[in-house]
Design a protein around this ligand. Structure first.
Ligand code: WT7
Length: 636
């Protein structure tokens, strides 16, 4: 029996138990049987959660792109690797075979080299969802450059912060991109960001839209002419298993975003393994994950996981609402998609529209449906199950994080009986546990607590780029010898997990992980604002939306509140991006504070969520009187 592909529930338990009894043996077998290593590792695992330090397959040598591409050439050279579906349904889809991907990645890698990029250099990729995005990611990996993809919806100042934090030498971007009926001028956003980034030497510009853009002499270079001249062969850089593969930023509960650093060998083994099992991927299936490659979901389950398995992976440039709300289903029908992986926010948005948009299309190719990014509510789960899966496709509710690199808790389709809103059981090798406030493990079932992981797994982030102390602080200091996820969860009577949401100052809006601190910092930039506090409240499409409580400066100056709200959201858009805009802004004279001056967000959250019946004890507040005044002026 191979550990690599689990086919029934009994086998799951068998494999799981084995993986827990001896994780080193388990992962060693997977790594040995399914990948190409230039040199075998000396040691499977060494770890210490106190430092924290985790190393998998130390001494092993490999290149992940050789595993994603070269290895498939002989048997699947003409098979489609990337199936690109453009924003405009009238534009033809592009089928990039493994052979062609090999050439395009090599050419791109040679261009990077010709522009002075070497192993270990950081390259920022700020591109729309076009093939060049996946190809540039792989090109970096081929020569050992560390990619840092920044989601193209981020603003210029968010981009600049990320470029500077990891001192990227190069930015790869495009003249622009298409999203629905909008054209986005990416290059001008890059130009603005680069006013503040002395580390960037070169900007490679791909062409996607017909526009005239400024090209800065000595810095900006068009990509295509360089690709045309480049050689189709590029030797791989032989990497250590623990060499960095990429950096990907995620929001924290304070200030700066965290540059999560992932390494090569363990990430490869784990993303390939989970892709195969969580989607029960079989040769000739067509896999579609609707995420953007700018998020970890896209890294692991559009690019690496599928290509490592020789799969056909769909890359969609557009949005679910263009040209109408049937677009997703049109694409499923057109390309005969077998596995469809999306976010609850998209399901809720589409579930609000007429089912006619679904019924026009033949969805019989679908075998498995996936959900990721936030808890999926019961109503959305049923809509997805009834209308898209026609009650025949298991829904895999996959829980994981940017930090975990791959899916951690999820049903295995046709193996694990599903239960609405439950991510169910851990993947092999994953040891979740629930802790109480005092850090005591909660045993037994029908309990809830803080979700932690007891033992390392191959694809966990190794550090926060340039700030190992923060890595330790954030994930390994709350509970001794545990990785703390920041999520709360419950375990039902049979041991299934249900993720209940964040227990820290991170709010998930439309599946985007947003820290309250950076948004508050942006709001406070407004000259009229003295102080602010942001909390989340339930929203029927976005899952959560943002509610801002704002104290204005006492300048006596008359302000138009409607305009002020617009200006505040404008600043947020500039600093972070439109995803972080506030749905509600309440101007107030005070914020509830503890005697040490800390804002009691718990109280504000309850007010925003209309749960004023149980505000808890407010008597210890420095200023209990503001609570009533905030309640009286709450915005509905
Ligand atoms: C946070 C991580 C993992 C890729 C996308 C998000 C929440 C994620 C689920 C799920 C309930 C979920 C958690 C987690 N989350 N998946 N299936 N059920 N909550 O990655 O941006 O790093 O966010 O998303 O709160 O901690 P991310």
């Amino acid at each position: 029996m191979s550990n690599y592909h689990i086919k029934n529930f009994e086998e799951y338990f068998h494999v799981y138990r084995k993986s827990i009894r001896n994780p080193e043996n388990f992962w060693e077998e997977v790594a040995e049987e399914h990948f190409l290593w230039r040199k075998r590792w000396d040691n499977v695992l060494s770890w210490d959660f106190k430092k924290p330090e985790v190393k998998w397959f130390e001494g092993g040598k490999l290149n992940i792109t050789e595993n994603c591409i070269d290895r498939h050439l002989r048997i699947r050279g003409d098979k489609t690797a990337i199936l690109f579906e453009p924003n405009d349904p009238k534009e033809a889809a592009e089928h990039i075979s493994y052979k062609e991907l090999y050439k395009r990645v090599n050419k791109f890698a040679n261009v990077l080299k010709s522009q002075g990029i070497k192993k270990g250099d950081r390259v920022c990729i700020y591109l729309p969802m076009i093939p060049e995005l996946a190809i540039s990611v792989l090109a970096c990996a081929r020569i050992g450059a560390i990619h840092s993809v920044v989601f193209a919806g981020f603003s210029s100042s968010a981009l600049a912060t990320r470029i500077n934090d990891s001192s990227c030498k190069m930015v790869i971007t495009s003249d622009g991109g298409f999203r629905g009926n909008k054209t986005i001028n990416l290059k001008s956003i890059v130009d603005e960001a680069l006013l503040k980034t002395p580390c960037v030497e070169t900007v490679l510009v791909a062409k996607r839209i017909k526009s005239t853009i400024e090209m800065k002499e000595g810095r900006d270079v068009w990509l295509q002419p360089l690709l045309d001249k480049a050689d189709e062969e590029c030797e791989i850089e032989v990497m250590d298993a623990e060499d960095p593969l990429f950096i990907l930023y995620t929001s924290g509960s304070t200030g700066m975003p965290k540059g999560m650093m992932h390494t090569t060998g363990g990430y490869m083994v784990y993303t390939a393994f989970t892709f195969k099992n969580v989607f029960q991927y079989r040769e000739n299936d067509i896999f579609w994950c609707t995420a953007d490659i700018g998020w970890i979901t896209g890294h692991s389950y559009i690019v690496y996981g599928p290509l490592l398995n020789g799969a056909t992976t769909v890359m969609f440039e557009g949005v679910p609402s263009y040209p109408d709300f049937g677009r997703f289903w049109e694409i499923v029908d057109k390309h005969k998609v077998s596995q469809f992986y999306t976010a609850p926010t998209a399901i809720r948005a589409l579930g609000k529209e007429s089912v006619d948009f679904v019924e026009k299309y033949d969805l019989s190719s679908l075998k498995t449906l996936g959900s990721v990014g936030e808890p999926i509510n019961e109503e959305a789960w049923h809509w997805y199950n009834d209308n898209i899966g026609k009650k025949k496709c298991p829904i895999v509710d996959t829980w994981w994080q940017t930090e975990t690199g791959g899916i951690m808790i999820s049903p295995i389709p046709f193996v694990t009986p599903t239960k609405p809103t439950y991510a169910t059981l851990p993947m092999p090798g994953i040891q979740p546990t629930l802790l109480d406030e005092n850090g005591k493990e909660i045993t037994g079932n029908q309990v809830d607590g803080r979700l932690c992981i007891k033992f390392p797994w191959p694809s966990m982030a190794r550090t926060i780029w340039g700030n190992h102390d923060r890595y330790r602080e954030t994930y390994f200091s709350a509970f001794e010898n545990m990785y703390f996820t920041g999520d709360g969860a419950l375990r039902d009577e049979v041991g299934y997990y249900r993720i209940t949401g964040r227990v820290d100052d991170v709010i998930i809006v439309s599946g985007h992980n947003l820290g309250t601190a950076p948004i508050e910092d942006a709001v406070n930039e407004h000259p009229a604002v003295a102080e602010s506090a942001i909390v989340g409240f339930p929203h029927d499409v976005k899952g959560n939306a943002l509610y801002g409580f704002v104290i204005l400066k006492e300048t006596g100056e008359y302000r138009d509140h409607t305009n002020l709200r617009k200006e505040i959201n404008q600043i947020i858009t500039e600093h972070i991006g439109p995803i972080a805009k506030l749905d509600k802004i309440q101007f107030t004279v005070g914020l509830p504070k503890t005697r040490s001056g800390k804002i009691m967000r718990r109280i504000l959250r309850k007010i925003a969520c209309d749960e004023i019946g149980n505000l808890g004890d407010t008597s210890t507040l420095l200023n209990p009187e503001v609570v009533q005044e905030i309640i009286d002026n709450k915005i509905d």
